[in-house]
Ligand binder design. Sequence first.
Ligand code: NAD
Length: 484
Amino acid sequence: MAKTNGKPYPNLIGGDWKAPSDNVLENHNPADYNEVVGLFPMATLDDTKSAIDSARAAQPAWSKTPAPARGAILDKASQILTSRLDEIATALTREEGKTLAEAKGEVTRARDIFKYYAGEGWRYSGQVIPSSVNDELLYTRREPLGVVSIITPWNFPIAIPAWKIAPALIYGNTVVFKPAEDAPHTALLLVEALVEAGLPAGVINFLTGDGALIGTEMASNPSVNGITFTGSHNTGTKVYQNAIKNMARVQLEMGGKNALVILKDADIDLAVKLAITGGFGLTGQACTATSRIIVEEEIADAFVSALTTAAKNLKVGNGLENGINMGPLVNQDQLQTSQSYMAIAQKEGAKLLLGGEVDGAKGYFAQATIFDHVQPNMRIAQEEIFGPVISIIRANGINDAIEKANAISFGLSASVVTNNLKGAFAFANQVDAGVVKINEPTTGLALNAPFGGFKGSSANTFKEQGGAALDFYTRTKTIYVNHG
Ligand code: NAD
């Protein structure tokens, strides 16, 4: 069965584990692409339809299971994730590339998300509304949407599935889940934890393979009631167009081009720390990564010099090794994208201060790269790179800085570094982004707060995470009871 030395892993359809046939998806280690870390099924269209049918068949019984009992399964899954934290984090680093410390942080996040939504089973409710007539009880009931398709990217291969799957399940939906081609193993380990925790057959179905083939069916099948997608803007647009044919509910979270704005009164050491974390943490492969730094001219030279010195010390290498600050990019395409933007930036006239090179001999490694004197209309200031490339844009005053921060088609995350309360609030109120930070990195989110972008970063329909997830994963029924 296996074409190479990788271990074969299954899909899950209607409670049955389905091993790969001859047609497999090879999953490689981005730090050493000769290592095949696993072979996954290339699910067919029939597999996809049968996964959706299984989810549909399992939904009535699952929605009738009391919510606290559903929560108990999520809680058990959370405990299983805790007991396997090191194993899952290692698998994550091996297929996605981020450092082991970053991977452990992500698995911990997934565990906490399951714990949080397990508790939701005891809490969520509808409303009792004051009636305008006598002897009438007027109330609302939150009901599950039904079958939810979950399509996720590779860059947070357990946290993003967790923040979609946990609320889908707690509110009584059944799920068809398709992870990205580059990180199916971590996703499978999450599904295994749910099955081991006691999730009934058909409540979660897991498919791997060709994203366009499986994903198109998952978005357009009339038995699917809701589609939640995180990924690129291009793919998200296709998902929306397919879903709208059935008037299915859609949630899309997509790319970013996030700005860290540094005002002239900022603590430069703090600004450097936030720039390194947001720009080079996770190898720049976060939707909320700092891609642009907009700094007031008065302190620009001092900041740029301190940032360049700090970034020089970052050690790039295999994320499983000790002392590595930045793992590889996830695949050849990502490597080429970073490399091509490094060339485009120089052609456009930006000044290269650090890095600018990639090393694809064994894995997909890119240097921490900084460009100065970037103009807001340059391609590197406008387009998502999704790699360790920071563009410095200089600004004259806070209004110019905010204007430059807003001069993009995305609106995911933005941060300001300042000691000035007035500047901080002016920024928070005027910046066009769904997540705003003050003296914090553009990356990093609270699991119990609403998350979602503005403009081209999102479908701008429903927020994710925390209590906000209730709105996407349930429909509201209004009930009038005349008891007179
Ligand atoms: P991608 O769009 O290439 O793929 C995302 C998912 O869509 C994958 O599972 C893929 O297999 C699937 N897919 C591919 N073609 C499809 C189709 N025609 N129909 C349905 N599904 C299809 O994105 P990626 O490269 O995996 O992830 C990187 C992107 O994700 C970046 O743009 C990043 O900013 C974004 N992202 C956004 C957030 C957020 O919350 N806003 C978080 C993480 C990543």
